[in-house]
Design a protein around this ligand. Sequence first.
Ligand SMILES: [Zn+2]
Length: 112
Amino acid sequence: MGTVTNPTLPNMTKTIRQTFSNWRKSSNGQSAIQILKRSQRFLCPSCLQHLPQDYHVHHLFPISKMDSSNSNLAIDINNLVLLCPKCNLSQGAKIDTRFSDLEPEDRVSIDG
Ligand SMILES: [Zn+2]
């Protein structure tokens, strides 16, 4: 259909980002994020500070690496972590290790 291509971002990544963004605003997304917040005890799991208002939703398996076979991970609560902006921008890699220790089963599905 569309012939417009973005030279910096593959179309699939763009589509998945859009899907995630719509989901995050939807009531399903809102309640999933509330569940996540509570399960994290309202803390950033990286620095253990209280999550600020402008927390980021971090994907353990990044959207940029997703394709049509695993794009469901974009809105899979097991693939999401709420981080403070500072940690999301600087220490994302630490989180993956921490969570793989806590959630081995989730880790398997993320790798697959
Ligand atoms: Zn943090």
